[in-house]
Structure formats: C-alpha cells, structure tokens
Design a protein around this ligand. Sequence first.
Ligand code: DAH
Length: 348
Amino acid sequence: MQETINNLKKEIQEKLSSTIDLKNLNELKNIYLSKKGPVQELMNHMKELGNEEKKEFGRIINEFKTEVTNSFDKLKKDLEEQELNRKLESESIDISLPSTKVNVGSANILEKLIEEVEEVFISMGYDVVDGPEIELDKYNFEMLNIPKGHPARDAQDTFYLEGEEILLRSQTSPVQVRTLLKGNGITPIRMICPGKTYRRDDDDATHSHQFMQIEGLVVDKEISLSDLKGTLDVVFKKLFGENTETRFHPSYYQFTEPSVEVDITCHKCHGTGCNICKNTGWITIAGAGIVHPNVLRMSGYDPSVWTGFAFGFGADRLAMEKYDIHDLRAIYNTDLRETKTFDRKERD
Ligand code: DAH
C-alpha cells in the first residue's frame, strides 16, 4: 500500500513540476483530487481493513492527501502570482512617452461674438429668448405694422414656403411679437434674441442668403430714446473698447417711431477716417427705435401705458467689424486655418 502511495505521490509531483499554467493545474486537480480520482480510491480502500490497520492507514492516507492538496494550493498561488507579474509588466505605463497631438478645432467666431453679446445683455438683466426660423407672415410682417402689399416688404426679399402665410423669417423682429404676446399686455419685457434669418440674396463678400441677427426689445413704463442710446452705448463700449462712441441718425422702419440707425466710431481708425469706414470715421451697426404704438397695440399692450425700444444688429456685420473680416463667407466656412486666424486676432 505504501508503495502505491509513493508511486502516486511521485506521479503527481512529476506532473505538477511540468505544469506552467492555471488551466493545466485545474485539469490535474480534477483528475487526482476528484471524488472518483486515485486519492479517493485509496481512501475507499479503508473500508476493507480491520480496525487497527484502518487507524494506521487512515493516518498515512490523510497525511498524503493533505500533502497533495497543499502542493496543489502552493502551485496555484505561485502561478497566480506569476500571471499577475506578467500582467503588470505588460501593462506598465511609460510616463516618459510623448503624448499624441490632438488637432483641436475652435469655436466659430460668430458663436463667440454672440456669447459675448449675450453676456453683456444678461449682466443688464435681459433674457435671451429663441424663436422659430419658419415663421408666419403675420409675425414677420403684419404684426410689425407691415401689412400685405406694403412697399417695406420689398426691401426684404423673403423666402416664402407655403402660399403667402409661411416663410423663412427675414428678420428676428417677429420674436418681438411672440414675446409681447407671451407678456399678455401686463409684463415688462427686456429681451434679446440672437438667431438665423434668411433673404433671397446672392452670396458674395457682403451678402448671404442666411445671416445672423440679434434682436432686442425693452417694454416698460416711460422708456425713452435716451434709454436706448445709453444702453447701446454701454454695449458697444464693452464689445469694441471703452473709447467707442455711439451716434444715432434718423432712419425709417415700420415697427419703430422714431426710427434710427446706430453708428459707432470706427474701431480701426477711431474716428479719423480709413478704408473700413470709407473715411467717415463712423460705421453703421444697427437699426433701432421706439416701438411703434401700433405694434404694442396689436400684441395687447396699451401704448398709453407702455412704451419701449427695439433694436436689431446684423451679428455677421458685428463680427466682421470686430475681427476685421472682409469677406462674409469666411465666417461660414470650416477651414481651421481661418478660425485659428480669428483666434489670434482675438488675442491681439
Ligand atoms: N429688422 C430690421 C432689419 O432686418 C432691423 C431692425 C431695425 C430691428 C430696427 C429692430 C429695429 O428691432 O427696431 O433690417
């Protein structure tokens, strides 16, 4: 019996010494230490022995079993450790390696400008609101005091989508109407609305069939033209620098009375005259005025109680002035070299 045990011990040890991975070790364990394996078979033998022999044999076989089990456990531990070390070695990070260069884009110049304008107005208590680009004729024209057939419509070569009622908004001014309607004739209003607008223009250096406007509307009690002047003065100083001056000259819009155009001193020559301002020293940057009583009335605000001012900038125009861009199309292309140039101009 002792010999059988010795042989088995030798056999197991030989097998274990040539085992190099955990899978193999498991297979061996299943063979030698399972309920039907040779170790168990030896133990089953005990039933056939007398009491004295049983005692002696029991001790031997138990020692043997413990020894074999320990050998399996020890090898398992060693193999696991080896595998962990291998893994750690293969996954180690060389922190001295140079990183991969990622070619990042940059925000569109118009987006940046609009964010800047929004920040200025938000700091003055304005809401930033949104409106649909597919608009009703009623809001784009009629409720802005431009009835059907009025010649003021001709200036805005509009894209009509369905009949005469649905169009691509030709200005952001319809958002004034939508905001007034929401205000129910009782709520003071202070809002700006940046957004896309569309006109049937051929694209060239200064025209685009799609462009960006920023509309503004303030409605409250006792609002005057000087509030408008003071507000725009602060805004343009923030955007173009502290020594920027603002001036108004008379203009005409159906939805404001009086109407003005807003000029700022040319940021390039600061008023002395250059090619950008065509030697006038001034650049026209926005349309504005006191909200026409008809506009207030049509949207439920009583013009004997409420007054307001409104303004609209071409955001593209603003960006062209601020970043000295001579071709509008540069704003809308995705050439990284150009957007990077704008980034540099902004830093200068
Ligand atoms: N909507 C006008 C345009 O597209 C710009 C404008 C002028 C907006 C005067 C206004 C305003 O709110 O008061 O030409």
